[in-house]
Design a protein around this ligand. Structure first.
Ligand code: 5GP
Length: 202
């Protein structure tokens, strides 16, 4: 164990945004990057190929499976998960540095990763992004209409289990609009930073 990992009060400044597949976490993150550029967002590593327009080092660090596996072996991830056939992970170093400097940090990750952060840093603030309704989530998950009935049923079953995870989270933000969800999330991060600062003055 490194001696300069963030301590509990610093880890309080970590916010994790997670939630079911298809709820719009990526859109909320993109909006925050554009309209709240002062919010520090972790850049994940992934083995998935870049989509058109994605920039290496800004959207993700795009790495090979071999590179990713050697980072796992070296303990370089705060959390990592296999999702839809690819590996995703949060590099530990930049998050630790941000928190040690007393500054807030935001991760946007899927549920398995959020649970690992909960175990590694119990003081972190976990925010669940919820769909406005079950029907809306179904619409988003089945929207493209290109999958067969069995695939859709599997996806909906997974979504039901993912919605149950809400109870494990500290806060819920409902994605009625991405603008509103982003502003609620930034507000939660701000009030957290303020209360941590006040606590440190006592
Ligand atoms: P996409 O491939 O669409 O960018 O992301 C797929 C999923 O991976 C999303 O649910 C996103 O939240 C999640 N994800 C992105 N980065 C990370 C990460 O570092 N760790 C984990 N556990 N999930 C991630």
């Amino acid at each position: 164990m490194s001696i300069d990992r963030p301590h509990a009060a610093q880890a309080q400044r970590l916010t994790v945004l997670s939630g079911p597949s298809g709820v719009g976490k990526g859109s909320v993150k993109a909006l925050i990057q554009e309209y709240y550029p002062w919010v520090w967002l972790s850049v994940s590593c992934t083995t998935r190929k870049p989509r058109p327009g994605e920039v290496d080092g800004a959207d993700y660090h795009f790495v090979s499976t071999e590179q990713f596996e050697s980072m796992i072996a070296a303990g370089e991830f705060l959390e990592w998960a296999s999702y839809a056939g690819n590996l995703y992970g949060t590099p530990r170093g930049p998050v630790d540095a941000q928190l040690r400097a007393g500054l807030p940090a935001l991760l946007e990750i899927e549920l398995q990763g959020a649970r690992q952060v909960r175990r590694a840093m119990p003081e972190a603030q976990l925010v669940f992004l919820a769909p406005p309704s079950w029907d809306e989530l179904v619409r988003r998950l089945t929207g493209r209409g290109t999958e067969d009935a069995a695939t859709i049923e599997r996806r909906l079953e997974a979504a039901r289990a993912e919605l149950d995870a809400e109870a494990e989270f500290d806060h819920t933000v409902t994605n009625v609009s991405i603008e509103q969800a982003a502003s609620e999330l930034v507000e939660l991060m701000g009030s957290l930073a303020a209360s941590a600062m006040l606590a440190s003055r006592k």
